[in-house]
Design a binder for this molecule. Structure first.
Ligand code: CA
Length: 372
């Protein structure tokens, strides 16, 4: 078919598709209607009300979407428990009772084991690495593939950066110290601690401080200095260990109901994707700025003992983490595929990070008297 003839035919098809049988005036109205159509959406999150960066980040996302789309998409945000319980987010968005949600993929390991790789992996990629995997290494396509059977479209929406290793009531000198240690540490990190002989205790956020203070647990991890300071853990445990080998770059997610997302005009889909990416950058920046300041406060005002895990202990944990990841990957063919892709990507970027960011951090660490 000649191009001109094709365009003519295509034009006719478009006019019919827009519901216009005859009349130019109506044909011109149709696209205008499509542009002015507005969408009133609901978002449920896994975060407690007002939780800095996590819940406030979800609220910021909604506000920015409304601004960017000139009010064509309005999203009303509900914190955990306000509309559905925290762990009900995935199902609510999947079933379409709400259009979107904010959380972290590792909460959904019970739905699909592969989900765990899209948040963070013990001794895996840091924030810079996981963003590189998502945006430039095929990671996001794999995440979309993993969530497609649940009618969900995922996007990275934030990152905590490397977390802290946790608060311990005693010094951790060797692997022996993990035997019988009662620690609040969820997810894959918890599986590694269990392998090391520890007892993993799962507690809701509100009960952690009291349990640590009373010695019901010997240790807990949470997020990083900014969030840990708010929880007051320094009053209950003497030793603040780093680095957070178990969560080296925890990615937060926004998920859309696929039917709702697919029904949007293309420009609104692009707006959602762009604001998610912008929120991802904003979140990491908030953590970077807030954690640095909070760490200084913990050291100078609360006399916290900042301690690095001994190298031999990290080596042992790294071996156990490797075994744990292989075990998890063996549970499911999708998890196997995602694990292999993640591993391959980490091997590809690993050496570069050591000679660039890591070498540079080591150089400036001398200046701050924090030899690594
Ligand atoms: Ca954590």
């Amino acid at each position: 078919m000649e191009r001109r003839e094709f365009l003519k035919k295509a034009g006719k098809v478009a006019a019919v598709a827009a519901g216009v049988g005859a009349g130019c005036a109506k044909a011109k109205e149709a696209p205008k209607q499509a542009v002015t159509k507005t969408y009133e959406w609901k978002m449920v999150t896994t975060w407690p009300p007002n939780m800095p960066v996590l819940q406030t980040g979800a609220e910021r996302f909604a506000k920015r979407v409304e601004e960017v789309t000139s009010g064509r998409i309005k999203i009303k945000v509900f914190a955990a428990g306000e509309l559905v319980p925290a762990m009900g987010m995935f199902d609510a968005v999947s079933e379409g009772s709400v259009e979107c949600g904010s959380g972290a993929a590792y909460y959904w390991g019970g739905k699909t084991p592969a989900a765990q790789w899209f948040t963070t992996v013990p001794f895996g990629l840091n924030a810079q690495g996981i963003n590189a995997w998502f945006y430039s290494g095929g990671g996001l396509e794999l995440w979309e593939e993993t969530y497609a059977p649940f009618n969900l479209v995922p996007r990275p929406q934030g990152n905590t950066g490397v977390q802290m290793g946790g608060w311990f009531r005693k010094e951790m000198n060797s692997m022996e110290d993990f035997k019988g240690l009662k620690m609040r540490i969820p997810g894959l990190g918890g599986k590694v601690i269990a392998k090391a002989g520890g007892t993993v205790v799962l507690l809701p956020g509100g009960e952690i401080f009291t349990s640590l203070e009373r010695g019901v647990i010997d240790a807990t991890e949470w997020v990083g200095p900014m969030h840990d300071l708010r929880m007051g853990f320094y009053k209950a445990a003497k030793y603040y260990y780093y680095p957070g080998w178990h969560e080296p770059g925890t990615c937060l997610e926004v998920v859309f109901n696929k039917t709702a997302y697919d029904a949007l005009p293309r420009d609104l889909q692009v707006a959602l994707d762009a604001v998610a990416a912008e929120t991802n950058m904003w979140s990491l920046s908030e953590f970077e700025a807030g954690n640095g300041a909070a760490l200084q406060e913990l050291i100078t005002q609360h006399n916290v003992n900042l301690v690095r895990f001994p190298e031999s202990l990290l080596d042992s944990l790294r071996k156990m983490a490797k075994e744990t990841m292989e075990e998890e990957a063996s549970k499911d063919p999708v998890a196997r595929k995602v694990h292999d892709a993640f591993k391959k990507f980490q091997e590809q970027v690993g050496i570069w990070g050591s000679v660039s960011e890591n070498a540079y951090y080591n150089v400036i660490a001398d200046k701050f008297n924090l030899k690594m």
